[in-house]
Design a protein around this ligand. Structure first.
Ligand code: GLN
Length: 230
């Protein structure tokens, strides 16, 4: 039987509660990350949408910018989280985005996103979304809207321009958990004895709610070749 995954959600600002709910619904244990020590022992990390300038400012204040740079596991960034991970910010994922620049609509819109390897699209909620301007050669495009990449994977980084945590469709979070299950540190390192910082106490109360993740893979798979946007 697989052990539940422990996923950190950066909880400085933005839609972290919605990500926590989505992840718990898939059987993961969730740790809200507010300090560098909260990253210890996590199987994966989510950086939510919100306001990237605020998230970066608070991350610097608490030393989480360097701590996240040093964190070796899989990271899923949505919207502002994607911005925070790009070349111009934390410099972790090999892509560049323009803030508040997706499509023709400046503010918000909803649209179906075509997914590689999936028969049905996911409903994408775009809120002042970043638009991917340039992708490194090794970045896989997993989801597109109007022929533009909006869901991509760069090795251990999964990045969405939209907000999968704001719909009931679990497929993008499932994809992330499948990536986490496949990460080398998850199979190598049992987590039982690893300290998890100040959030550990809160987790105990939540554990009864957590369902175990018995499901298989997410179904999603990279089918679109790596590409570079001009
Ligand atoms: N526009 C925001 C930013 O620049 C991102 C919006 C979002 O995360 N929904 O950070």
């Amino acid at each position: 039987m697989k052990r539940p995954l422990t996923i950190g959600v950066l909880a400085l600002q933005g839609a972290f509660r919605e990500h926590s709910l989505a992840l718990r619904g898939l059987g993961a244990e969730v740790v809200e990350v507010r300090l560098p020590e909260d990253l210890h022992g996590l199987d994966g990390l989510v950086i939510p949408g919100g306001e990237s300038t605020t998230i970066m400012k608070l991350a610097r204040l608490y030393g989480l910018d360097d701590a996240i740079r040093d964190y070796p596991g899989p990271i899923f960034g949505t919207c502002a989280g994607m911005i925070v991970l790009d070349r111009k910010h934390l410099g972790l994922a090999d892509l560049e985005v323009d803030r508040n620049a997706y499509g023709r609509q400046v503010m918000s819109f909803e649209a179906d996103v075509e997914l590689a390897g999936e028969a049905s699209p996911v409903h994408g909620v775009f809120i002042r979304a970043p638009r991917i301007r340039d992708l490194g050669l090794d970045v896989e495009v997993l989801g597109e809207l109007d022929d533009e990449p909006v869901l991509v994977r760069d090795g251990r980084f999964l990045l969405a321009a939209f907000h999968p945590e704001l719909t009931d469709d679990p497929r993008v979070h499932e994809l992330f958990l499948t990536m986490v299950r496949g990460a080398p540190h998850v199979s190598d390192a049992p987590l039982a004895s690893v300290p998890r910082g100040h959030s550990a106490g809160a987790r105990a109360a939540e554990e009864s709610e957590v369902q175990r993740c018995e499901g298989g893979g997410a179904g999603l798979r990279p089918a679109v070749a790596a590409r570079s946007e001009a």
